[in-house]
Design a protein around this ligand. Structure first.
Ligand code: AKG
Length: 310
């Protein structure tokens, strides 16, 4: 994969033209749970309460999994038209270019949504580690959603009340091999997540994640050991009538080092109705709308879009 000849279906000449912020400017806010946060679309979260041994266990297990021989990983391969399993990353586009990454995508919460046929049993601690990781990260996401609701003057439980059965979580583990022609490929094409909130762990301190500023410049998100990058997704933008805005992001490749990340996506239940929870008011506390204003997308269509794009 690191060779000098990139197959044409990976070539992305448009990437070199994009503006990228310099190191000095490259910062998104770092928030800790004790601090008061403003309304932002992306931040790094520290002191989140996920035990360090769970994070370290996750790192060790996924590094070991992607290091396995291809035929072993293929035992957990995606099936045609399905998202779950081990496979290739692409974001649906007209010319259908491929992204420079392998992925393992799994439904993780609630446990009854798991399809364990895709859960690798090699290394043999991966399943139990993922179980502990997904539960701990879901707790953090639920807590964040409560804080974010309160920050808007809404009851903390308002988002949870729209997530019948507690909402869903899926996890995508991304492995980006180095590429000798790193400026000609994309690790993960620009996209926003279609969920409520995504928590990304940058596993091995190799930089690659970038978020898009309003002026169109890409801002590198420097890996911070043990921190979660928290990205607002499209459903939270709709729920909050645009008070929180989903963030466009991408992952770039480098020539020397492989990069690993784990993205945990949190969504309402598949049958949830998606619409604003509050009205747009200029000043004054936002009102809670009992009769929801439905956006163009009903919950299922939106989740279908998520599947096509994620
Ligand atoms: C995703 O999995 O949706 C991502 O955007 C991953 C970003 C990253 O690799 O840091």
């Amino acid at each position: 994969t690191g060779g000098a000849h990139v197959p044409p279906r990976y070539l992305r000449p448009e990437v070199a033209a994009d503006a990228v912020a310099s190191e000095g400017e490259a910062a998104i806010p770092i928030i800790d749970f004790e601090s008061k946060s403003g309304v932002v679309s992306a931040l790094q979260l520290i002191n989140h309460g996920v035990p360090d041994d769970v994070i370290q266990g996750m790192k060790a297990n996924i590094e070991a999994f992607f290091g396995l021989p291809a035929e072993t990983k293929q035992q957990f391969a995606q099936e045609r038209g399905q998202l779950e399993g081990y496979g290739q990353l692409f974001v649906v586009s007209e010319d259908q270019k491929l992204d420079w990454a392998d992925i393992l995508y799994l439904n993780t919460q609630p446990p009854e949504h798991r399809n364990t046929r895709f859960w690798p049993d090699k290394p043999d601690t991966l399943r139990s580690t993922l179980d502990a990781y997904s539960a701990a990260v879901k707790t953090v996401a639920d807590r964040l959603l409560a804080i974010m609701s309160s920050n808007l003057g809404l009851p903390p439980e308002v988002v949870a009340s729209r997530c019948s059965g507690g909402g869903m979580q899926s996890v995508r583990i991304n492995y980006y091999p180095p590429c000798a022609e790193a400026d000609k490929v994309v690790g993960f094409s620009p996209h926003s997540d279609a969920d409520l909130l995504t928590l990304v762990l940058q596993v091995n301190q190799v930089q690659g994640l970038q978020v898009k500023r309003q002026d169109g410049t890409w801002v590198p998100v420097r890996p911070l050991d043990g921190a979660f990058v928290v990205n607002v997704g499209d459903i939270l933008q709709i729920f909050t009538n645009g008070r929180y805005r989903s963030i466009e992001h991408r992952a770039v490749i480098n020539a020397e080092s492989a990069r690993l990340s784990v993205a945990a996506f949190h969504s309402p239940n598949i049958h949830a109705t998606i619409g604003p929870l509050l009205t747009v008011t200029d000043g004054g506390p936002p009102e809670l709308h009992e009769a929801l204003l439905l956006c163009q997308a009903g919950g299922q269509e939106l989740l279908a879009t998520d599947e096509a794009r994620s």
